[in-house]
Design a protein around this ligand. Structure first.
Ligand code: NAD
Length: 517
């Protein structure tokens, strides 16, 4: 074993997660991820190689789908509350391993240790939710129009669910899907991001152990690894009735078309271009806290990150000055060091896209207010650390219309009525998260009304980023329309069946039709 990062207890965390051998591509867990070529996982924190993971070949994939199908046949017959009990045990393991898993998330993805722990906490929360849900997979009972008939609807498991996830929430998004899909009675195959393969293996190890300890088939939870070509094996596979895909809009368009071509279902959680409207009635102190956290948290790599601030003329200069002052306080550096606010971007491609955005906004007529740039020198050797930037811009700029997955915040000005701000907020193709900062009840309610925000998430007096698992999570327009997590999002993982039972000696037909023989 020759693991490289030792300073922040990473090697200890890897051992706790059963990943001691990952650096030579072998696995210690009972999972199916593959026998193909190795992919290296290098940390954006210090550039070190953390480990290598073998990828899934076509032959491996066939074994995985067979195991998942067999696992499903067993799992679906287990009563839902008993499936909930397995999720409860899985959750106990998450609680036990919260710190090592949170640390690995931080080191492999680059988000702060606090955010890594927060991500594991989201896993814990959704499992708690799923355990309760396992006793509440309710259908409705209806009154039949025919005498002596009973009519009701029930939900059955769908089958093998495919999950494709993004690098920025390398573990939470998987758990949002699996915790619900498992209590619903589905088997899951997960393709995590090729940029964060070790966290996927760590999670799969935990799940495999819990299923094995309960004498259940390991195929109920499967992992496949690799790039988009491995994801495509699932999107084109008609043995997978539902593909839940989280990632870029570009990816979502390809996945949606592939799945639709075989009339499968897809659940899409794609990019956002989230704005906060700041009205003259806003609390400026809270606005600045919400905007800065939203724009620079996770180094601007959340789907709900704040990309645009739409500020009323009357408070524009005040908000601008407070933001510029706040950005001067930001500490950028190793995210495992809790003194730092901002960690690295995921890789050098992301750095190039960030630099392109800064050039482009100026080219289109924008004005940089807080300079960006790549940070070099001791502690920044990975080349992935950048300075959060602010630019004054206009909503119609091409670069403002796009989601740049980096800490670049655009300030947009509005005057007059709130409708002008709402038009700007809605004037992009994405529709994930939105917020208004105001102490006016009228403005808040207008923002939430039918003529207000067109996003899946609309907040008042909190920022755009961060969501609780109790609500349904997802967005409209090019964000894909999917909903995961709380509320009644579970229904997408099940098939609905309407049942009519005749307990008479007659056979009356619906709509009063007579068919006498
Ligand atoms: P990405 O689209 O590059 O990759 C996401 C996943 O899709 C990866 O596992 C990748 O291998 C896979 N993939 C890519 N092309 C595919 C194809 N043709 N067929 C099958 N699978 C394919 O995204 P990323 O860079 O990892 O993540 C950042 C993006 O994810 C941002 O746009 C962000 O907004 C979005 N995101 C959205 C949500 C949400 O809930 N709405 C949550 C997290 C991230």
């Amino acid at each position: 074993m020759s693991l490289i990062a030792t300073d922040f207890g990473i090697d200890k965390s890897l051992r706790a997660l059963g990943l001691a051998d990952v650096n030579n591509g072998t696995s210690t867990g009972k999972h199916f991820f593959g026998s193909g070529e190795l992919i290296a996982s290098c940390s954006p924190v210090d550039g070190a190689l953390i480990g290598k993971v073998s990828t899934t070949t076509r032959e491996d994939y066939e074994k995985v789908i067979t195991a998942a199908t067999e696992g499903f046949a067993v799992w679906r017959t287990m009563p839902a509350p008993q499936r909930g009990e397995i999720v409860r045990q899985f959750n106990d393991e998450l609680r036990r391993l919260k710190e090592p898993l949170g640390k690995l998330v931080s080191y492999e993805m680059g988000k702060s240790y606090q955010e890594g722990l927060g991500e594991v906490q989201e896993m814990i929360d959704i499992c708690d939710f799923a355990v309760g849900l396992s006793r509440q997979l309710h259908g409705l009972t209806m009154h039949s129009e025919r005498p002596g008939h009973r009519m009701y609807e029930q939900y059955h498991p769908l089958g093998v669910v495919g999950i494709i996830s993004a690098f920025n929430f390398p573990v939470a998004v998987w758990s949002w899907n699996t915790a619900l899909a498992w209590v619903c009675g589905d088997a899951c195959i997960w393709k995590g991001s090729e940029k964060t393969p070790l966290t996927s293996v760590a999670c799969q190890n935990i799940a495999a152990r819990v299923f094995a300890e309960n004498g259940l088939p390991e195929g109920i939870s499967c992992l496949i690894t690799g790039d988009y070509t491995v994801g495509e094996m699932m999107t084109h596979d008609d043995r997978i009735p539902l593909v839940s895909a989280t990632g870029s809009i570009r990816m979502g368009k390809i996945v949606a078309q592939a799945v639709a071509a075989r009339l499968g279902k897809s659940l899409l959680e794609l990019g956002g271009n989230n704005a906060i409207i700041v009205t003259p009635d806003a609390d400026i102190k809270n606005t600045v806290i919400g905007a800065v956290f939203g724009a620079v948290g996770t180094c601007g790599q959340r789907c709900t990150s704040t990309r645009r601030l739409i500020i009323h003329d009357e408070v524009y200069d005040k908000v601008k000055d407070a933001l510029v002052a706040a950005y001067k306080q930001l500490r950028i550096g190793n995210p495992l060091d809790e003194k730092n606010h901002v960690g690295p971007l995921i890789d050098k491609d992301a750095v190039a896209r960030y630099l392109h955005a800064l050039d482009k906004v100026e080219e289109e007529g924008g004005k940089i207010l807080v300079e960006g740039g790549v940070i070099s020198g001791e502690g920044y050797e990975s080349g992935c650390y950048v300075k959060p930037a602010i630019a004054e811009a206009e909503n119609h700029y091409e670069i403002v219309q796009e989601e740049t997955f980096a800490p670049v915040l655009y300030l947009l000005r509005y005057s007059g009525d709130l409708d002008n701000a709402i038009n700007l907020q809605n004037g992009v193709k994405q529709g994930l998260s939105s917020a208004i900062m105001t102490n006016s009840l009228r403005e808040a309610e207008r923002f939430l009304s039918v003529a207000g925000s067109d996003c899946g998430i609309a907040n008042v007096n909190i920022g755009t980023s961060g969501a609780e698992i109790g609500g349904a999570f997802g967005g409209e327009k090019e964000t894909g329309g999917g909903r995961e997590s709380g509320s009644d999002a579970w229904k997408v993982y099940m098939r609905r069946q309407t049942n009519t039972i005749n307990y008479t000696t007659e056979l009356p037909l619906a709509q009063g039709i007579k068919f006498d023989l």
